[in-house]
Design a protein around this ligand. Structure first.
Ligand SMILES: Nc1ncnc2c1ncn2[C@@H]1O[C@H](COP(=O)(O)OP(=O)(O)OP(=O)(O)O)[C@@H](O)[C@H]1O
Length: 256
């Protein structure tokens, strides 16, 4: 994916601008920033659901289009309706191309892939249950499996570890890493918390106060860089390989 001089605004408000970034296959980008900074909007641009107000965006070398089978998406967690007429397994199968067009058949190969993903996210025990009765974390694991089913070249993740316990955080992170490293996908990973994925991150895109920084973890996650970005004192402390960011404010606080 590639963005050049990209900007998004709503009415008179500029959300972010002058974003230049190009992500190669196999690269893992973490997108960070406070509430309302424009992280989910960045994903929407890559999904073709949000127009840029300036600049250009390409996905897999082509102009963005909605519903591309080459793009996988793990949306931000929300609980599915109790009455949703799908079994857990069906939700994963929806990630396969044939199902997008409503084809009734599932090839043996596709069935094997679905079984494999259900096992990898640890959903065997509830694969036949209606999705609406499952817990938030159980549903989230199925969404991850669904996004990976089509073997996407670009995988977009919006806080995919939210509502998962530590073991399942690790399992899902490992699946996402495999998609990047073994299957050569570019990964864009929106998160409030970099530590669970820090060892996999190649680059960071940090949004705050309408500005942003791009670079490696070492380049961006520094007290002086974030202090300049937030325009108020921020301290980044490293402790046993984890980063603690002190003094981060929400966007709302600044605009109040
Ligand atoms: N279609 C829209 N029209 C007007 N404003 C919008 C629209 N979409 C998003 N916004 C605003 O843009 C801002 C950024 O939203 P976005 O969801 O991208 O933030 P975020 O960084 O993902 O936040 P969070 O961490 O809370 O999920 C918010 O203030 C939101 O209200």
């Amino acid at each position: 994916m590639q963005l050049e001089a990209a900007a998004v605004g709503f009415g008179a408000r500029s959300l972010w601008s002058e974003v230049d970034i190009s992500l190669q296959r196999g690269e893992f980008l973490a997108v960070l920033g406070p509430n309302g900074a424009g992280k989910s909007t960045f994903l929407k641009v890559l999904l073709g659901l949000q127009r840029l107000t300036a600049g250009t965006v390409e996905v897999m070398g082509r102009p963005v289009r909605r519903g591309s089978s080459q793009v996988g998406y793990i949306p931000q967690h929300h609980q599915l309706e109790l009455e949703t007429p799908l079994r857990a397994r069906d939700l994963v199968a929806l990630g396969l191309e044939g199902h997008k067009y409503g084809l009734p058949w599932v090839s043996r190969r596709a069935r094997r892939r679905i079984d494999e993903l259900i096992e990898q996210v640890g959903a065997q025990d509830y694969a036949q249950r209606p999705v609406g009765v499952l817990s938030g974390g159980e549903q989230q694991r199925l969404r991850a499996a669904q996004a990976l089913a089509g073997d996407p070249g670009l995988l977009l993740c919006d806080e995919p570890l939210h509502s998962l316990d530590l073991n399942h955080q690790r399992a899902i992170t490992e699946l996402i890493r495999q998609q990047a490293v073994d299957r050569g996908a570019a990964v864009v990973f929106v998160t409030h918390e970099i530590n669970p994925v820090i060892e996999h991150v190649d680059r960071v895109l940090y949004f705050a106060r309408g500005a942003h920084r791009v670079g490696t973890v070492q380049e961006v996650m520094r007290s002086e860089v974030l202090t300049e970005l937030y325009q108020s004192p921020v301290e980044v402390i490293e402790h046993r390989g984890r980063l603690v960011v002190m003094g981060e404010h929400s966007e709302g606080t600044h605009h109040a």
